[in-house]
Design a protein around this ligand. Structure first.
Ligand code: GLN
Length: 275
């Protein structure tokens, strides 16, 4: 038997909290149990073997969220795997932006384009309990993850569809369209951090030669999908806010605004469709 303290001592190059998370996964215990009751946590030979396998993945740059199949976003823990972009803290700004625009008691209809794990739509529906929403994604595997999260969080009014934005035929119109589309330039993919490049799906990252194509396509399509005075809300890459604002303007949107993330980077661009 090895104790959690032994494993921490033997892997002193790895942050203690990550070792504890891997042990918690192997032992099917809470992180708190492993951290605060360390003297009672031991791994038998088989568990040590499992731990070594997880640690090898960790040392191979796999994000701990993907090893644990869990990532915190907004108020929830989402199931994540290699089929979806890992939810990022800056994306929570989309939820905050919607909260500044509407009262949570309102009955809204949301569309989330490229929903991935479903984290944006499901978090919105967690706040706006009288509302409903559709999440679409070109990846069938991503839609399976989004549905799994819907069940896990027991959120009723979401509907996930495996369809690309170019093939989406909406029978209804939406009050709010949100999207964190792929926005990395193809030429920049190779220089992304390893944990992103190797473990986030390329489909969720690659925004084409300029990184702006998804914004051009979605802005044009969404003019048909938004209700009069509806909002479109995009997450954008660190240097894209100006270009995306111009794309929105040329598609007839008004009241274009930009919101900064905690790192003071222009991260959200949103606008209205006054028809
Ligand atoms: N935020 C991600 C990154 O910089 C990219 C996500 C995206 O393309 N939407 O790694």
């Amino acid at each position: 038997m090895l104790s959690s303290k032994d494993l921490i001592a033997r892997n002193s190059d790895v942050p203690v909290k990550d070792i504890r998370k891997l042990i918690a996964k192997v032992k099917n215990l809470s992180y708190e149990k492993v951290a605060f009751d360390a003297d009672s946590v031991f791994l038998n030979t088989e568990e040590q073997e499992q731990f070594q396998q997880l640690l090898a993945r960790y040392r191979n740059d796999e994000p701990i969220s993907k090893i644990l199949n869990s990532r915190g976003f907004w108020k929830y823990d989402f199931f994540v795997n290699e089929d979806v972009l890992d939810p990022r803290p800056e994306t929570e700004l989309i939820i905050e932006t919607v909260l500044t625009l509407f009262n949570t008691s309102e009955k809204l209809n949301f569309l989330d384009i490229g929903t991935g794990s479903g984290c944006i739509l499901l978090s919105l529906l967690g706040e706006f309990e009288n509302s409903a929403g559709t999440g679409i994604d070109i990846s069938e595997k991503a839609i399976a993850v989004a549905r799994k999260n819907q069940q896990k969080l027991n959120i009723k009014n979401a509907n996930f569809e495996n369809v690309s934005w170019n093939n989406f035929a909406s029978s209804k119109q939406f009050d709010v369209i949100v999207s964190n589309p792929p926005y990395i330039r193809t030429s920049e993919i190779a220089s992304l951090d390893k944990n992103v490049r190797k473990y986030d799906p390329l489909l969720a990252l690659d925004g084409g030669e300029t990184g702006l194509r998804p914004y051009q396509e979605i802005s044009a399509l969404a003019t048909h999908w938004l209700k009069p005075n509806g909002y479109i809300i995009f997450e954008v890459g660190y240097n894209q806010a100006q270009a995306v604002s111009e794309i929105l303007e040329s598609n007839g949107y008004t009241s274009i605004q930009i919101a900064k993330d905690l790192a003071e980077i222009d991260r959200i661009v949103y606008a209205r469709m006054n028809i």
